[in-house]
Design a protein around this ligand. Structure first.
Ligand code: ADP
Length: 309
């Protein structure tokens, strides 16, 4: 089976009686990004922290790679799960490079490997290593700090990453920039990501699937287009907001509606043959391609018919 993560009837009741996670069951596929969205206090953070055991479940089972996480050594469990949070929690007395290389150092990577990895990651998150590796966190802007936080989460190359409101504290422009970078990064890295946000637009933009939460329950778990087209109830509909159609349109790509590439003809084909093909396939237009199949132009039926006369 392709699922890397499985929550099975998981509950978390805090000692004061708060039911933060209420009988939650779901699976996440390898390489998938799932965004957890819902109002403050609905249980998003608790849900993702259950995976790396920053929170222990009251009942239920959580599997990672088919293994019951309760039976795995917690240190080795966390090594396989990167963690990126809001305001990052960079250590102020450590340089950018030292902050990024924290986990690699803990797990005993040699200095040379740590250094090359740090530079690679700085480049990856759009910070020039020469300018940034020796700075301290207070010498960075909010957006730059958040980039360092993402680099640190990726440092030991974990297959799974938890991101808890990573862009929550940024101004809208920086935030949009980091979201775009996140999408580019994802295309290159294919990590499995659990991403917490209270912002439905962020959830739609970044998630392959969205888990909508309310009062500790997952009320809908579906791709963004499904959430937009068919919200399961009024709560989800309200969360998605008034501009459902517009948001859906933004999500749609031309590849979703294009016709399959069948009506092409090689440029050296005689007109008579082109005419026969167009009649046979009932087409007004054919794409003209070269011998390698590269697009060259197009022909219209009337023109072919006229010249062939
Ligand atoms: P979200 O991330 O959606 O804002 P949380 O998972 O942080 O929600 O919290 C879910 C519920 O659990 C909230 O009611 C919150 O107050 C409560 N909660 C979170 N952490 C604790 C804790 N350590 N002790 C008691 N209650 C908690």
């Amino acid at each position: 089976m392709g699922s890397i993560i499985r929550f099975e009837r998981v509950n978390k009741i805090y000692p004061d009686g708060t039911r933060a996670v209420d009988d939650v069951t779901f699976e996440i596929e390898e390489g998938e990004c799932v965004t957890f969205v819902g109002p403050s206090g609905c249980g998003k953070t608790t849900t993702v922290k259950l995976l790396n055991r920053l929170v222990e479940p009251t009942s239920g089972t959580i599997y990672l790679n088919g293994q019951d996480t309760a039976k795995v050594d917690v240190i080795s469990l966390r090594r396989g799960i990167g963690y990126v949070i809001q305001d990052v929690g960079l250590f102020p007395h450590m340089t950018v490079a030292e902050n990024i290389a924290l986990v690699p150092r803990l797990i005993g990577w040699p200095a040379s490997k740590r250094e090359s990895r740090t530079d690679e990651l700085l480049n990856l998150v759009g910070l020039e290593p020469g300018a940034f590796r020796n700075r301290y966190p207070h010498q960075l802007s909010g957006g730059q700090r958040q980039r360092v936080g993402v680099a640190r989460g990726l440092a030991a190359d974990p297959p799974v990453i938890l991101m808890d409101e990573p862009f929550g504290a940024l101004d809208p422009i920086t935030r949009a920039q980091l979201q775009d970078e996140f999408l580019r990064l994802r295309a290159r890295l294919r990590k499995t990501i659990l991403f917490v946000t209270h912002d439905i637009d962020e959830a739609i933009k970044l998630g392959d699937r969205i888990a909508v939460m309310r009062n500790g329950k997952i009320v809908q778990f579906a791709p963004p287009a499904t959430i937009l087209k068919t919200p399961v109830d009024l709560f989800v509909k309200d969360l998605v907001g008034k501009e459902r159609g517009l948001k859906l349109m933004k999500l749609s790509k031309i590849s979703d509606i294009m016709e399959p590439f069948v009506d092409s003809i090689v440029e050296g084909t005689p007109l008579r043959e082109a005419l026969r093909l167009m009649k046979e396939r009932n087409r007004d237009v054919l794409w003209v391609v070269d011998k390698e199949g590269r697009y060259q132009g197009w022909v219209r039926f009337e023109r072919v018919a006229k010249d062939e006369e």
